[in-house]
Design a protein around this ligand. Sequence first.
Ligand code: ADP
Ligand code: MG
Length: 436
Amino acid sequence: MMGSDKMLQRIEKSFALSLNDMRKIIKDFHAEMRNGLLRQKSSLKMIPTYVNIPAGNEKGRFIALDLGGTNFRILKLELMGKGKIGDLKARKFVLDKKHITGKGKNLFDFVARCIKVFMKKEKMSYDEKMPIGFTFSFPVEQTGIASGHLLRWTKGFSARGVIGMDVVKLLEKALDGEGISNIKVSALVNDTVGTIAARGYENRNCDVGVIIGTGTNGCYVENQMIINIEWGNFNKLKRTSYDMQLDKESDNRGSQILEKMVSGMYLGEISRLILEDLVRKKTLFRKSPPSIIFAKKYSLKTEYMSIIESDSSPNLSRTNMLLRRLGISKSSLEERKLVKKICGMVSRRASRISAAAIAAVVTKMDSNLYRKHIVAIDGSLYEKHPHFSKNIKSALREIFGRKTNRIDMMLTKDGSGKGAAVIAAITAKVEEDAAE
Ligand code: ADP
Ligand code: MG
């Protein structure tokens, strides 16, 4: 293994993110946020959402749709007021490749058909008026609370004929096609905004919403309005050759740079690219050259990193099992330790970039942390990875010292669904008030 120590050291160094690096990110983030708000050149879109944090007294029965990740979900729920949610029914539908990358019409027709199935199952009538909150987690330039056009696809979506279109109109057209006319989209919501609203419904100190799942993004409150930052596209970051390679081979080259270093869709692939490089340089898996499976892009899932990084068995036997599944039949303990180390480097950097982004957003609102801030956060990577949330916390502590306790990170599961209903309720209420 001559030279491999040196090589590893070099890789380690290139993935390290010091306190100074994080401070630099925060500074650049602030500059990009300001430029974005002023509609000047910026990697951050800073999209106004036309909604504020809920009051907590919203009531009624609503449907919420959650489209924009691995699954499509439908929820039916009752808001009881006082920040309480009553009866909740949810159903998940798996999105096929043909919905994600085919014709846009396929995608929206599928969504409408799922809604029909759901309505039947829940014995819902076709007469009762029912507002929906539509969570659509892609960069959308909103033109109002219930309208907005898609700016670009992210997270591997590429359905044709949707960019530039009003996604609410596309959905309503598809619902029409299924003969559903009692359901009206009353709010178009980003998943970060759903998450902030779901937490905000019960606690008005919540002023940041974050997603760390398939993709990553954040939102916050500025002048009484929630701003969708679209932070996945932030690009003032020091990248390694592996990041460049991943970007080059992606279908949205040059965009979503931060997302490609942080989110669940990509972390496994970064790790795989490093390991592949080490194999090529003959420092890894010399006893068993990795098979076709390992060579396949995105074969190392971010879920596997969680398993590897929490493997504390003396022989790293769970890691061994996963490596076998990837077609590496024989590995030494040393090699498995190296794999674990590399996964740790990649996830640690991701959590520190996330921490810097969160710190930037909080200090944009309150530069000296005079107040308490609740950060509502959702996404499976944050929730399930063994060290991600811990690493964010300790990075925040490095940045803020004792003042870190003014930032309360709260896992807000299903926020994108519940929050969309809350926002639909706000809109319904505004409409009612206007009609009086
Ligand atoms: P979405 O972002 O699609 O709405 P999730 O928040 O559930 O949905 O995120 C799903 C993504 O999170 C997966 O694509 C995967 O990359 C990542 N993920 C899921 N489970 C784990 C896990 N146990 N450890 C690490 N990452 C995970
Ligand atoms: Mg989601």
